[in-house]
Ligand binder design. Sequence first.
Ligand SMILES: [Zn+2]
Length: 256
Amino acid sequence: MMIDTHVHLYDQAYDQDRDQVVVRAQEAGVARCILPAIDKNSYPAMEACLQAYPHFCYKAIGVHPGSIDKNYKTELDFAFSKKKDAVAVGEIGLDFYRSQEFKKEQITVLEEQLEWAKEWDLPVIIHSRSSFPELLDTFKRCRFPNMRGILHAWSAGVEVFQEANKYGTFYMGIGGVLTFKNARLAHVVEKTPLSDIVLETDAPWLAPDPYRGKRNESAYLVHIVKKMAAIKEISLHEIVSVTTQNALSLLFNKET
Ligand SMILES: [Zn+2]
């Protein structure tokens, strides 16, 4: 069985055929999905998914850096109120690629949410784009003993990953980008032990080859697993079993 550690199944891209998308995922061997929040607009549809697919969909709560502006307090308060049953705080982080306008606010909101993770003893799901120096800096300032999580849609090198792991226990979230031609990410994955990797789709975005550019879905995890097995020259079975174990121990260790 596989775990899709990052899928926006509540996105309107699935409004016409969400049940079939879930069936295809389950048939492909996906046993659980983590649904990361974006902002307060994402919660009604996310909560509908949690109700419709219990024991398949699990939620993360938080404010995505792309949704942060001067009025970030409203978003923070709303996300905070949704804490019940969350398995992670996410997706949270820094994104200076789209805009640098609210850089200071993004850092403040990340600090606050790392504080929640500490208080609630939950892992974090981190989104970081064009912001690794500031991210590492924030980790350094806010580190706490059991800080852990996923560095989602990993795009940087091995060195930055190792640097982040000085401040906590972080897994590399690997998805469809791995299957793209000439992906620099292939070299990063080759050099990274499987014990540091979890699988994700980030669906409906970032579909793997041969679906690049189309709508993504959790069933396509299989294509990412195949590519990873080829890069690492190990069996599909081993890729699945180790990455699933990583995801279970990070996100579901409180169940046992
Ligand atoms: Zn996402």
